[in-house]
Design a protein around this ligand. Structure first.
Ligand SMILES: *Cc1c(COP(=O)(O)O)cnc(C)c1O
Length: 393
């Protein structure tokens, strides 16, 4: 709390998420700035090796964003015009956009009402002879039903891709997210489990797919500058169309330094979530999403469903009331098939994914991030309790 010039007490607002940059992070970035390499160089290589080791796969390829990582994944699998890729309706637009970038068609699958994770039964019903891949989204940081999705992918000869943007640090049993699909894409945006400012990574156990993504992020050239230096030759050729989707060493240094704290940061998010579970669980009309047994949740988002019918908790009103109290709540997400672009381009619309659509009207994301304190969490819990009590009157 602080005082403004007029003497009025101003309550600082609490964001729904915020990065946590440590002194060690700053030192790591400054070290790169003082070195003779700023673009894609030794720090990028170190970061990629560390991510591959962390998730438990052979290959990690960094890119300039999570969106670029998804685009690289679609390219590596050869997704193109005439193909269909099954995508959950409840996700960030980029999960589906990467399919459109490649000239293919995203087919929207409805989600499980208890978890908002894609429902494998729904996915199976959407498979056609044109289907090439399934993209699972680890919504809120909870791993998807990888076992069931893997079996579907194998039975129908499809690729399984993970949009694990929310879920670095999550696991199923002893296996980390990033090792559970053919290709897994992560985002290093500021609010994600670790950040590089902006950035993305794809992890895989298939060297040939990793190689295609490396080429794709560097204009489609057959050799990057280091391979040319090693070969003592200036020569390179563009063998396919690519982009400049490279991560810089400056970003990679930040990512690597953050990765060293990932488990601790996830634990802190889990601790905040456990405080919410304990205090919000019993509040009438407020229901946290279910957590499946046997998984490690990365707690990127803490999502509650509000019951308007029985308890008068109108999501729009609760959102506004919490915002007035300085609580940075959010809504994740408008189902992708309801965005005007998708309605126009693919003729999608209301009624196609009723579970996701109904959820959209009732969900609210409460603040959760690694640097949050117990006092921050208590403030959120009290504000929610006040708003719930007000709605009853
Ligand atoms: C953040 C996010 C992305 C995109 O990542 P950027 O790094 O912002 O490009 C993709 N999918 C999901 C589910 C995300 O949350």
């Amino acid at each position: 709390m602080s005082e403004s010039l007029s003497g009025k007490v101003v309550v600082e607002s609490l964001p729904y998420s915020r990065q946590w940059v440590s002194r060690a992070d700053i030192r790591a970035v400054v070290e790169v700035l003082r070195s003779d390499w700023l673009t894609t160089g030794p720090a990028v290589e170190r970061f990629e090796r560390a991510v591959a080791e962390y998730v438990g796969v052979g290959q990690a390829v960094s890119l300039s964003s999570g969106t670029a990582a998804l685009h690289g994944a679609m390219h590596a699998l050869g997704i193109g015009p005439g193909d269909e890729v099954i995508v959950p309706a409840m996700t960030f637009a980029a999960t589906a956009n990467c399919v459109v970038f490649q000239g293919a068609r995203p087919v929207f699958a409805d989600v499980d009402p208890a978890t908002l994770l894609v429902d494998p039964g729904v996915v199976e019903a959407l498979i056609t002879p044109r289907t090439r891949a399934i993209i699972a989204v680890d919504y809120a940081g909870q791993p998807s039903s990888y076992g069931a999705l893997r079996r579907l992918a194998d039975r129908y000869g499809l690729w399984l891709v993970a949009d694990a943007s929310h879920a670095l640090g999550a696991a199923v049993g002893g296996q980390r997210v990033g090792s559970l699909a053919d290709l897994s894409a992560f985002s290093l945006h500021a609010v994600k489990p670790i950040t590089a400012g902006e950035g993305g990574v794809v992890t895989t156990d298939r060297p040939e797919l990793a190689e295609r993504i490396r080429r794709f992020r560097n204009h489609g050239f057959d050799k990057d500058h280091r391979q040319r230096a090693e070969a003592g030759s200036w020569q390179y050729q563009m063998v396919e169309l690519g982009y400049n989707y490279r991560l810089t060493d400056i970003q990679a240094a930040l990512g690597l330094s953050q990765l060293a704290r990932l488990d601790r940061m996830v634990q802190r998010r889990q601790w905040i979530a456990s405080l919410y579970d304990r205090h919000l669980g019993g509040m009438p009309g407020v229901r946290p999403l279910d957590v499946r047994p046997g998984i490690r949740h990365a707690r990127h988002l803490y999502v509650v469903r509000l019951d308007r019918e029985r308890f008068g908790l109108d999501r729009g009103k609760v959102y506004a009331a919490l915002r007035r109290r300085g609580i940075g709540v959010g809504v994740h997400y408008l189902p992708v098939h309801l965005h005007p672009f998708y309605r126009r381009r693919f003729g999608t619309g209301a009624g196609m994914c009723p579970v996701a659509e109904a959820a959209y009207g009732a969900i609210l994301s409460l603040p959760v991030f690694a640097a949050m304190t117990r006092a921050d969490a208590t403030r959120v819990i009290q504000a929610v309790a006040e708003v719930v009590a007000e709605a009853k009157r």
